[in-house]
Each structure stands twice: as C-alpha cells, then as structure tokens.
Ligand binder design. Structure first.
Ligand code: AKG
Ligand code: FE2
Length: 343
C-alpha cells in the first residue's frame, strides 16, 4: 500500500493490531531503527499485563503460576464420563462448516452459534462455564467472549504436496493473544500434536531486541507478514528450550499465549485431530477489559460465524486478498474434508 491518498490512515495502524508491515509508516526502516515497532510490542505487552492482573480471580493461583512460567495453562475441565458424552454430542452435530487448506493440511471450522448450542446442551454448558472461560480470558487478558469453533485438522490430504506451514515454529503476532485447544481424543505423536516453547511468551530484553531487528529486516525487503517464523538457531540464540509437544489424554485443554513460539508438529500419517477451539484477539492497545462497542447487542455467541462470513464476504468484494476460507456446506466434524482444491 504505497498509495499516497491513503497516507492519512497510516498512523491509525500504529495503534491497531496490524501485525504486517503493510503501510509505509509501519515499514519505515528509519522509524523501526528508532524503535517504532519495538515500542508497539512493548506497549502492547505492558497493557496486557495490566489487564491480566485485573482478571487474576478467573483462575487458580497454580494456573497463574503456570502461565507466568510457561505461557500456557493446562486443565481438564470435564471428567471422563462427561467427556465421552460431549464427544458423542459433538461428533453427531451436522452444521455449516468452513475449510482452509494450508499445504497438505485442511483446517475445518464449524462456528459455534446460539442455534448450535441450543441443539448441543453439553457443549453449551461447557463453553459457558467459568472452568472453560476463565483460562481463556486470563491468558488473553480481556474479559471478552472468544470465537468458538469445533475444529478438525486433517493432515496429509494430498500426496507429495507442499508441507503445512503451521509445522514451522512461529509466533502468531507481536502482542499477547490467546488460543485454546480441548482435544476430544488422545493426541499421539503421529497425529501431529500442538507444541509450545515454554517461557517464550515473555518479552525479555533479548526478545525485544530480536523483535527490533526483525522489524528492520521486514522494512528492508524481508518478509512483511509479521507472524515471524523462528529457526532452530534463532530459538537457541533466544535461550529458549525445544517445544513441548502435547501428546496428551483426551479431555486435555491447553490455553496458550500464542505470542509465544509454537507449531503443529508434523503428523507422520494421515490423521484427524478433533478439538474444541477458541481464539480471541481484541485490539491490544485497548486499556479496558472489554470492548465498549463489540459485540453489539444481540450478537453474543455469534463472534465465530460473523468472522467466517466476513472473511468470505470481504474476499468476494475485493477487501481481503487472502481467499483462505471456503464454505463447504453442512457436515459432521469427522466427515471427509471437502475443500475445493481436493477435487
Ligand atoms: O494446530 C496446531 O497445532 C497449531 C496451529 C497454530 O499455529 C495456530 O493455531 O496458531
Ligand atoms: Fe500459530
């Protein structure tokens, strides 16, 4: 975007979640050498820490310690019998789904809506419970409802295709942000477990300096995306450990700050990883715990479907370059993928 007519809008991105170096101000080598990007990173982290302190009562003291030390909270919100019943309920749901293809993986998301919850009382009870919402709001540092989905990760959907980019170690964005996984089946090594570098959610001096360097590289012809990929050598230079792989029993929930480094371990065979999945990413520069204008009245529990419809609409109308999500009609979560590229 180097159209000078849009110049008055460039500064707005400085205080928005814009992670890409997508306008001449954000991508200015001179300003980033002087610390523009690093200042955004530091400010977003300070504000998140302040908001998170005010949400301390949403989780146990042990969970707070776990987050502080590792960057995620691991819980088991349901007992074995309740999990079995929920799994049966969820796998029996038929609902509209969206699919995205990345390399040889397909991500299917069924947005959780008020209508779906009305037909799935066990799911409704879980997602509305403090045991489920607490870690998400605490780690995410906002008292805001996350987008909720029933998600299925299909791996090895095409022979000899490009690998899944999610297999690379990365951070999602420059500020603390939350994603939560609750797996319905045991996750094995071969299934491609989620993996997280413990302690990598912390913005220490070394990490901040690294961000500053990456911002200068991005401004001088490097990748402009902002979800930085991190090589093994860089991870070691940041004095961070190898990722912890969540090969865990069914019913485990991991609520992670995906500013921290993570990846989807490469599955060694075709697999379907079924999970209840949440994400929440309000504007990190909002000092308040809630967003005063979102969701508007009547939109509660529609966050996920609104986003999916928006993604398709925005692409169709030329407002969003990425054509990542395809509506694939009504499916059950474990039905075969239907992504158009699979023919
Ligand atoms: O599916 C996974 O294991 C991780 C994918 C990922 O990087 C993400 O959802 O941000
Ligand atoms: Fe990620």
């Amino acid at each position: 975007m180097s159209n000078w007519l849009t110049a008055p809008l460039w500064p707005i991105d400085v205080v928005l979640p814009t992670k890409a170096f997508s306008n001449p101000l954000l991508a200015s080598e001179r300003l980033n050498r002087r610390g523009l990007y690093a200042a955004r990173v530091a400010a977003a982290h300070a504000l998140a820490a302040r908001r998170r302190r005010r949400l301390a009562d949403r989780v146990s003291p042990e969970a707070r310690q776990e987050y502080a030390a590792k960057g995620y909270i691991r819980t088991t919100p349901l007992d074995a019998a309740a999990l079995d019943a929920l799994r049966e309920e969820v796998t029996g749901i038929t609902a509209p789904a969206y699919e995205m293809r990345e390399g040889d993986a397909v991500t299917r998301r069924i947005a959780i809506t008020p209508r779906l919850l009305a037909a799935a009382p066990r799911l409704a009870a879980l997602v509305r419970s403090p045991a489920y919402q607490g870690p998400i709001r605490y780690v995410g540092s906002f008292d805001v409802a996350p987008q909720l989905y029933i998600q299925t990760i299909f791996t090895h959907v095409a022979d000899g295709g490009v690998p899944d980019p999610q297999n690379d170690l990365h951070m999602d964005t420059f500020h603390p942000t939350v994603k939560a996984w609750l797996w319905f089946d045991d996750v094995e090594e071969a299934t491609g477990p989620f993996a997280y570098v413990e302690g990598s959610h912390r913005l220490d001096r070394r990490r901040l300096a690294w961000h500053k360097r990456r911002s200068v590289i991005a401004s001088t012809g490097g990748p402009k995306g902002g979800s930085f990929r991190v090589s093994e050598a860089e991870r070691e230079r940041l004095r961070l450990p190898e990722p912890t792989r969540f090969t865990v029993p069914a019913g485990t929930m991991v609520t992670g700050d995906t500013f921290g480094l993570h990846r989807r371990t490469r599955a060694t065979k075709p697999s379907r990883r079924l999970e209840l999945w949440a994400t929440s990413r309000p504007n990190p520069f909002n000092p308040l715990l809630k967003n005063p204008i979102w969701p508007p009245p009547g939109m509660a529990e529609r966050e996920a479907i609104l986003w999916q419809r928006f993604a398709v609409w925005a692409h169709t109308n030329g407002l969003r370059k990425r054509h990542d999500w395809y509506a694939v009609g009504d499916v059950r979560p474990l039905d075969d993928p239907r992504h158009p590229s699979l023919g």
